[in-house]
Design a protein around this ligand. Structure first.
Ligand code: NAP
Length: 285
């Protein structure tokens, strides 16, 4: 089914609609268990609603318990089943608590959606005494998910399950100034996931990376410049992830990403010089 979001003309061109066959999604998911990290807001929350009526058992993970309970209540009102697990995915003791809980679930986990994430945009000159920014983003965007997935691999192999990683187009494009903490941590996980994927695929576990452009969630709200930039609707992303659960493809990316990657490769020097020129100009204004 196609849903048309309130998009500008440019957004419609950049983010063409994606159809999800709800019957096939239900057939694929009925009776299964899907874990969504970062299910309290944004993309994770929208995905939880997208899957609510499929007969799946959703495990909703995030830090904000009240909000998770609200999401669970809405899922139940839609006829679904959900369990809330509050955890800070950047803390290894919390991830351990979560994996112990999951190991007691009958049948284990069938699909993991690694979605919880944190972004920081800060100039390096404002980061000199903020090593913790880099530690925190690495913990939530890299080491927490690695710890979670390592613990779930035996069960996923048994269930011939799937891991879906919610990533960013930025990890495949020329690096952007001020985004060092976020882009390094998302790139680290992307690289780790691409390394382990063939081993998992050989064992029957599907691995999918969804490379996203800007998405209109609270994550981008603090960056004023993004208010007027084209951005996807989180419901649209939920449809993309739902579709990935049906077709189990390795990767979803916007159609234009290839041209961005080509430009990043061919014009690396030009882009780096443009960044310096732009930063100098801003300083003199
Ligand atoms: N928005 C974009 O433009 C964009 C673009 C590309 C990729 N992405 C990726 O999309 C994913 C979802 O982001 P979003 O845009 O939906 O942002 P969001 O609305 O801020 O949601 C982030 C989710 O992650 C959870 N979370 C954050 N820190 C956590 C922690 N330490 N432990 C457990 N849960 C944590 C949050 O819940 P609590 O605060 O309740 O813990 C929330 O549910 C992220 O991985 C992000 O990198 C986003």
């Amino acid at each position: 089914m196609f849903r048309i979001y309130k998009y500008s003309f440019t957004e419609m061109l950049l983010f063409p609609p994606v159809g999800v066959n709800e019957l096939r999604l239900k057939a694929r998911l009925e009776g299964k268990t899907v874990l969504i990290t970062g299910a309290s807001f944004g993309i994770g929350e929208s995905l939880a609603y997208q899957l609510a009526a499929t007969g799946v058992h959703l495990i909703l993970v995030a830090r904000t318990q009240d909000k998770l309970e609200e999401v669970k209540a809405r899922i139940e009102a839609l006829g679904g089943k959900a369990t809330v697990f509050t955890a800070d995915m950047s803390r290894s003791d919390d991830v351990l608590r979560l994996t112990e809980f999951l190991s007691r679930l009958q049948g284990g986990v069938d699909i993991v959606v690694n979605n919880a994430g944190k972004s920081i945009r800060r100039p390096v000159m404002e980061s000199l005494d903020r090593l913790h920014d880099f530690g925190r983003t690495m913990a939530i965007n890299y080491s927490g998910p690695v710890q979670l997935i390592l613990a779930l691999i035996p069960g996923l192999l048994k269930n011939k399950g799937q891991i879906i990683n919610v990533s960013s187009v930025s990890v495949l494009l020329a690096p952007a100034p001020k985004w060092a903490a976020y882009q390094a941590s998302k790139s680290a996980f992307d690289q780790w996931f691409r390394c382990v994927s063939p081993e998992l695929n050989a064992g029957g576990v599907a691995t999918t990376t969804v490379y996203l452009p800007l998405v209109r969630t609270r994550m981008i709200a603090p960056t004023e410049a993004y208010n007027k930039m084209p951005a996807m609707n989180p419901g649209h992303v939920a449809a993309i992830i739902g579709r990935a659960m049906i077709n189990r493809k390795r990767r979803h990316a916007p159609w234009w990403l290839f041209f961005g990657q080509l430009g990043s490769l061919l014009f690396r020097g030009v882009l780096e010089s443009m960044n310096i020129w732009f930063l100098n100009r801003k300083q003199t204004l």
